[in-house]
Design a binder for this molecule. Structure first.
Ligand code: PGA
Length: 253
């Protein structure tokens, strides 16, 4: 089995201010410096990328954005290109978060275009996939996750996944306090990995698949010890220094 190092990525969503961010970023940098085996990242709102860059440059913490345009440049009012993110030192861009899919009408093809645009500029996309409660209850979780994943594989080819990160985020667990059990998460992670392995076992074995959805200090360790869970994408708990640091700590092994 390939050894995959863990990644803990904070997704701040539409939260923060210059003053709050400074305290939070300073705390993350100073209190996780000794963690050698886990990678740590934060995905901040666009206006704070300059601040993330100025505080995190030359530290062990990477930064990125929560979205990216599928277009390279031009007359796209309000959009932010992948090259602009690179200009601010971003390493990651989240694509296909369920809030973007549900609230901003992003379908799987658009998400695939964003994934491709991010990679073309040298970013590592963090591709989010996951089912709603309704879909879980009607037994179509695997179909939904497969459709979201296949859209990217069809557009980019399976090899493109080698320089990406996946995040399985059941929509019913996001911001609800209702975490998937470690076994529920593991089952879907294993399904995702087997679907990719059918195209290319080597890509599948190396790919980091994060779990996201109400991860907190109190449940991170039990999730992260599952064989196919390679860290977490953390929303609410990434805004609280003590919580986020404890989650990073849980990923160190
Ligand atoms: P949550 O969000 O940790 O607040 O549930 C996770 C996410 O949306 O990435």
């Amino acid at each position: 089995m390939a050894t995959r190092s863990k990644l803990v990525a904070g997704n701040w969503k539409m939260h923060g201010s210059t003053a709050q961010n400074r305290d939070l970023l300073d705390a993350i940098v100073s209190r996780t410096a000794w963690l050698e085996k886990a990678s740590i990242a934060v995905a901040v709102p666009y206006p704070y990328l300059w601040q993330a860059q100025s505080i995190l440059a030359n530290t062990h913490v990477s930064w990125g954005a929560q979205n990216v345009s599928q277009y390279e440049k031009g007359a796209y009012t309000g959009e932010v290109s992948a090259a602009m993110l690179v200009d601010f030192g971003c390493r990651y861009a989240i694509v296909g978060h369920s809030e973007r899919r549900a609230l901003f009408g992003e379908d799987s093809h658009t998400v695939a275009l964003k994934f491709r645009a991010a990679q073309a500029a040298g970013l590592t996309p963090i591709l989010c996939i996951g089912e709603t409660l309704d879909q879980r209850e009607t037994g179509v979780t695997e179909q939904v996750v497969a459709e979201q994943l296949d859209a990217v594989i069809e557009l980019t080819g399976v090899n493109a996944l080698s320089s990406s990160v996946l995040a399985y985020e059941p929509v019913w667990a996001i911001g609800t306090g209702k975490t998937a059990t470690p076994q529920q998460a593991q089952d879907v992670h294993a399904f995702i990995r087997s679907r990719i392995a059918a195209h290319d076992p080597a890509v599948s074995a190396k790919l980091r698949v994060l779990y996201g959805g109400s991860v907190k200090a109190s449940n991170a360790a039990e999730l992260f010890c599952m064989p196919d869970i390679d860290g977490g994408l953390i929303g609410g708990a990434s805004l609280v220094a003590d919580e986020f640091v404890a989650i990073c700590n849980a990923a160190k092994n």
